[in-house]
Write a protein of this length. Structure first.
Length: 423
């Protein structure tokens, strides 16, 4: 018996989170911006309707924002992350088999619910998420993940579906595939859509019926799997336990170019602290740290990029040790006179903190290090991020390297001082 997957996707997620706590935004054009308030990364349906496109730099649409009175918000990742977790917790009540695919998407395995009316079950999921979080979702149901993606897209686009579409009911499949552009099929995208259109394959139905040998020749095993998935043969099982991370990267572009190494050192220390926290959260340690620094690659002025890779004496997730080596690397690659636009660190050679190899003299120090990091993390978890931090990250309020969020909404769900007030 083939499996049954459901893809649950939060509609316009970042914008929906803002609307939950500010209902006056419902029905209005609303956008959320990337770091440093640079580009559009989320839009309400009303913002889409007036022609605002994803990835557009905000300075290019100032006239549209003014003319249509668009509500503009800086990204609030703390709020969005917490709301995402609430949605995922609700999904786990409907089935224990949940794959969190992204911050606003999850696959469910509904194979054990085939005797139920899957459309009604989807409506139940949708209703509970809306009632408990305020977030609207769309749900696509099918025998494969690729078909579930297509079902979800149609459920989101056409109101008559009520936000739920079950493609396990065979009469609907051909019609659904016929109205899905080939570039919107999961795994195709821009990389292969040009080739497919050149041979007359313009939609998902034509792709499903295309020559297997030709597709496999031009698109390899990934193309063959796409065909199988479109035919209802599952090639991608549910992944409840994500593969261990191979590396962790923390980097940011500066709002304005920076010359002074003191400012860049603070930024690198802050990025390293964030990376170390991610390591500990995943119960990992890093054996290698990479530091990189670059100017604006699009600038007409002198350009520079460099990176330094350092093997650590022993694997660690200790913030102080990682900052020490990050600064050593930064001092080696920094060149005076350049206007730097971006810096970052990469943590590699990751291994479980329970299996990492120690040196002969490291045992005692490692125990002390773990206890210090445990206390540091517990303080920040209880009192908020960066409540306790290393002095190397700086103490000034208006640091040049800090990401700008001029239009960020409060952290309504994670900060006692920013809880919504009802008057």
């Amino acid at each position: 018996m083939p499996p049954v997957f459901a893809l649950v996707d939060c509609n316009n997620f970042y914008v929906s989170c803002e609307q939950v706590f500010n209902p006056k935004l419902i029905g209005k054009p609303v956008i959320a911006l990337s770091n440093n308030d640079g580009c559009v990364i989320a839009r309400s349906n009303e913002a889409k309707a007036i022609g605002i496109r994803m990835g557009t730099p905000v300075f290019k649409i100032r006239d549209i924002i003014k003319t249509y009175k668009v509500h503009v918000y800086s990204s609030n990742y703390t709020l969005y992350g917490d709301m995402s977790q609430r949605v995922m917790n609700i999904l786990s009540e409907f089935t224990p088999d949940v794959e969190i695919y992204s911050i606003d998407e999850a696959f469910l395995d509904l194979s054990g619910f085939k005797k139920c009316n899957l459309t009604d079950y989807g409506y139940s999921i949708r209703s509970k998420i809306k009632k408990w979080t305020g977030i609207p979702v769309s749900i696509g149901i099918a025998e494969t993940k690729t078909l579930a993606k297509i079902a979800n897209r149609i459920a989101k686009k056409f109101e008559k579906t009520g936000g739920v579409l079950d493609l396990t009911r065979l009469p609907f499949q051909d019609r659904a595939l016929a109205i899905t552009p080939v570039e919107d099929v999961w795994g195709v995208g821009r990389s292969y859509s040009g080739f497919l259109k050149s041979i007359g394959v313009n939609n998902a139905l034509q792709l499903r019926n295309a020559s297997v040998s030709l597709i496999k020749k031009e698109m390899g095993i990934s193309g063959f799997r796409i065909l199988q998935e479109l035919k209802g043969i599952s090639c991608y099982p549910l992944e409840q336990y994500p593969s261990p991370k191979k590396e962790i990267t923390v980097s940011r572009s500066f709002k304005h170019p920076i010359k002074d190494i003191a400012d860049i050192s603070e930024a690198v220390a802050a990025y390293t602290s964030s990376g170390a926290e991610k390591l500990r959260k995943a119960h990992l340690e890093a054996g290698v740290i990479v530091v990189f620094l670059m100017t604006n690659p699009y600038s007409r002025e002198s350009r520079y990029f460099n990176m330094k890779t350092m093997q650590l004496p022993f694997p660690t997730s200790d913030t102080s040790k990682l900052i020490k080596h990050a600064h050593i690397g930064l001092n080696e690659i920094y060149r005076k006179g350049y206007q730097y636009k971006k810096a970052g660190i990469i943590l590699r050679d990751l291994a479980s903190d329970s299996r990492a190899q120690m040196t002969l003299f490291d045992y005692k120090n490692k125990g002390q290090s773990k206890e210090v990091m445990r206390v540091l993390d517990s303080i920040n978890k209880r009192f908020g991020s960066d409540s306790a931090r290393y002095a190397a990250t700086g103490s000034a309020q208006n640091q040049k390297w800090k990401t700008v969020f001029k239009r960020r909404s409060p952290s309504y769900t994670t900060d006692w001082d920013q809880l919504p007030r009802v008057s």
